[in-house]
Design a protein around this ligand. Structure first.
Ligand SMILES: Nc1ncnc2c1ncn2[C@@H]1O[C@H](COP(=O)(O)OP(=O)(O)O)[C@@H](O)[C@H]1O
Ligand SMILES: [Mg+2]
Length: 376
């Protein structure tokens, strides 16, 4: 059965809405071999967007292949190279024998450990021989270009959670190396994306950094309220239920148009609704949503200092500017104005707040809601 609402994973096409301009922009970049850097806070929809855009693109352009590398759990340079080779080989070759051939031909400097497991899935590790390491690394990084040339295809390589590159030991050297090799590729287009805006902005916007001006950098926006409302009403009616536009708007507004949370809250409202959604059901749903996050929120809350808490309380009271006014400092016990200037970057680093269009807001609308109840 079709799912009415989805959250916590890359959305299927049936649950994916809008993003027309963003898809078009990605397609133009793929076509023109312009690399892309896509940034937004967590769970706004980057991974889903790239996946849908790339799938649509390769279904129209048969000479393109796409591969996805998630850097989320990559802890070392070696793990990165392993995953990089594996995913690229996998995008081009489907048969085990071809893999073996491909490795022999294009990765002569590494010692691969490659086998089929019981499910006939290809498992791949490799040993880097220290003596030949730099040659091996250069082979690996050039693998997509050489494969693409050999096969007469174009490759799109998507690197998700790219900010993790900055966490690797020797990160600067790695970044310099990646950029120096990748910039010579003629048949490979990179799409780099991730969260933690301040970290990514540093990687791509700072002149001294290797990836400075690597490609088309864009910040993903939220999906507009009207689009969400249409979607929610449609999902209800297609599954034999009903929700009013007013209530759908309330869902969207409560969750501040945050993609993940709009889907999650809609889902809870939907599960509790037999025929027609009501305000009472909405209240049950929001309680359920907050409940499911309580342990997490509690932990975040406990990590805050007193002044940080006071600052958040001030934001929830609707004060959005003039934080350093004497009266505000006093009322919310924020200390000195120099102190306040430090709070915002601290809370940004903790991913509690974000600065978007020069406005300070909560990264997590459900956390804001939870705090409001706590303070009440
Ligand atoms: N275009 C979209 N249409 C509908 N829901 C979306 C869309 N993009 C994201 N979502 C919702 O947000 C959640 C998080 O999306 P995801 O792509 O994983 O975000 P990110 O990669 O930015 O963290 C998804 O599981 C889904 O519920
Ligand atoms: Mg993601």
């Amino acid at each position: 059965m079709k799912q009415a609402f989805q959250f916590g994973k890359i959305v299927d096409r049936g649950n994916f809405i809008n993003r027309k301009l963003e898809i078009e922009r990605l397609h133009q970049n793929f076509l023109n071999r312009t690399h892309t850097i896509l940034i937004s806070p967590r769970r706004w929809g980057k991974s889903s967007l790239v996946k849908i855009a790339a799938e649509k693109f390769v279904s129209k352009h048969k000479n393109y292949r796409v591969c996805y590398i998630d850097l989320f759990e990559i802890r070392s340079e070696k793990e990165f190279y392993e995953k990089y080779s594996k995913v690229i080989l996998g995008a081009v070759y489907t048969r085990f024998d071809d893999w073996v051939e491909g490795i022999k031909k294009f990765l002569s400097k590494i010692t691969p450990k490659i086998r089929l497991d019981l499910q006939q899935e290809i498992k791949f590790d490799m040993a880097l021989d220290i003596k030949k390491e730099s040659e091996a690394v250069s082979e690996i990084l050039n693998l997509p270009e050489r494969l693409a040339e050999e096969k007469g295809i174009e490759l799109i390589i998507c690197l998700d959670e790219f900010q993790n590159i900055a966490e690797l030991p020797e990160s600067m050297a790695i970044q310099r190396l990646l950029r120096s090799v990748w910039q010579h590729h003629q048949h490979v287009t990179y799409c780099l994306y991730g969260s933690k805006q301040h970290m990514l902005a540093e990687l791509f916007n700072k002149k001294s950094m290797p990836f400075f001006r690597f490609g088309d950098l864009f910040y993903l926006d939220k999906i507009h309220s009207g689009e969400w409302v249409k979607y929610i009403c449609k999902q209800f009616s297609e599954t034999g239920k009903e929700v009013s536009e007013v209530l759908a708007e309330r869902i969207v507004e409560t969750m501040d148009m945050h993609s993940y949370y709009v889907q999650q809250l809609s889902y809870y409202v939907w599960t509790h609704t037999e025929d027609v959604a009501s305000d009472k059901i909405f209240e049950t749903a929001i309680a359920q949503l907050l409940q499911s996050n309580t342990i997490l929120f509690q932990k975040d809350f406990e990590s805050l200092s007193r002044t940080q808490v006071n600052f958040l309380r001030m934001l929830l009271d609707g004060v959005t500017e003039g934080f350093t006014r004497g009266e505000i400092l006093e009322r919310y016990e924020l200390g000195t104005s120099a102190n306040v200037a430090k709070i915002i970057p601290q809370l940004e680093k903790k991913e509690i707040l974000e600065i978007y269009n020069k406005k300070v807001s909560f990264s997590d609308p459900a956390f804001a809601h939870w705090l409001r109840q706590l303070f009440a």
